[in-house]
Design a protein around this ligand. Sequence first.
Ligand code: GLN
Length: 204
Amino acid sequence: MDVGVLAVQGDFREHRAKLQRLGAHVAEVRLPEHLHGLDGLVIPGGESTTIGKLMRAYGLDDALRSFEGTVFGTCAGMILLARDVIDGVPDQLAFGTLDIVVRRNGYGRQVASFETDVTLVGDPVPLRGVFIRAPRIEEVAAGVEVLAELDDDAVLVRRGRYLAASFHPELTDDLRVHEMFLASVGRSRSAGLHASNGGLRVRA
Ligand code: GLN
């Protein structure tokens, strides 16, 4: 499976290491052409305003709009995917591909960063969540699946080929969230291949 990690800013190296541990072939994406042939992409945590500016500067914003693979945004990456961003900067890059509303730094500036157990839906084993100036999911539209929760907040969500986490699954040893991403990549990949076999849709 060929996946990429957006590598313009943030903790892309940790994502790459985890995905490689799971057997994926991982490319670092810094230019639009690096997306060619990839089945999935991780947009890492970092600073969403900086990542957005760099994506625009390199033409990665348009490239991502026409990317057909699975996309997983973590923390700053989740902010980029959200339909609406509260407390964003005026020209904040927003793809709006995932129907959630997020608040930047939504867990407060004083307790900017914390670590706690989150609950994976349907899994009795808690997952350690590292939250670093994390966005808070304030609204989840119908049809968006909640995969993990912290108290009453959704912290890991999925709809179709978009997956987003408000925490940093790349900073702990647990592989479950990256496994979910690769499973989503595998599913949309076989759906795409199936569609092209049937002549309905041809994936690049
Ligand atoms: N607060 C950051 C932002 O607005 C996100 C923090 C993170 O990715 N760890 O982009």
